[in-house]
Design a protein around this ligand. Sequence first.
Ligand code: APR
Length: 241
Amino acid sequence: MLAKWLLNSDYTVVLTGAGMSTESGLPDFRSAQNGLWQKKNPQQLASTHALEHHRDEFISFYQYRIRTLQQCQPHAGHALLAEWEKRGMIQSIITQNVDGFHQRAGSENVIELHGSLRSVHCQRCHQVYESDIYLRDDFTCTCGGFLRPSVVLFGESLSMDAMEKAWLAAQQAKLFIVLGSSLQVSPANQLPLIAKRNGSKLVIVNMEPTELDEWADIVIHERKIGDVLQEINKELQKERR
Ligand code: APR
């Protein structure tokens, strides 16, 4: 059914969360098993408060995330989404992830709602650097300012540009597919509802139940995203014959 919906939709939007990258080896945040926030307090580590008042913990948390990111890469599911975009079956990917895996897999129209861990920037002059500078224990800009990851921290608002693009995509969607998000973080979790309100079909693929399952036309739990996407791709190949 999902393959048919993909083929028949003239505007498909995919919203991805951390569950899209666990099969690449990156832990997510709220999985009951090894979600990062099961063991650590995000406010202590990934917030404006941590940036200002727990600088050492903030730095070592992001050194850990940047190092882990460097050891991982996009998986076959990211590649399938990029292929479907090239075939005109996906118009936009909105991601809460900061790993850049959609772009590395070849997706072009990617809206990064929560920024990117591929770079850090100076708090004072906003000069941008590759984030691996953090792995050389170097956190100081040439101007003397502190270098912070270019991600949206708890306590910060999203970029207006990313919000506008994401809202527009959700309003235009005829098919809105959520992949690997608990949908607990606003404003990203408003997007499926905006799509639904504008007449879109809503599909949620997530290992565990989410906050918006009751609004979805199709809900797929307890299945890995990579397997679900491979299965849809097999259906698509049958349809094409
Ligand atoms: N297949 C399907 N679902 C999966 C898989 C998988 N391979 N791996 C994990 N999941 C599901 C988990 O069950 C979980 O419900 O993905 C979901 C990920 O949810 P979260 O960890 O809450 O991640 P996300 O929704 O992206 O969090 C949003 O919170 O901490 C902030 O900025 C951070 O962008 C993040 C935001």
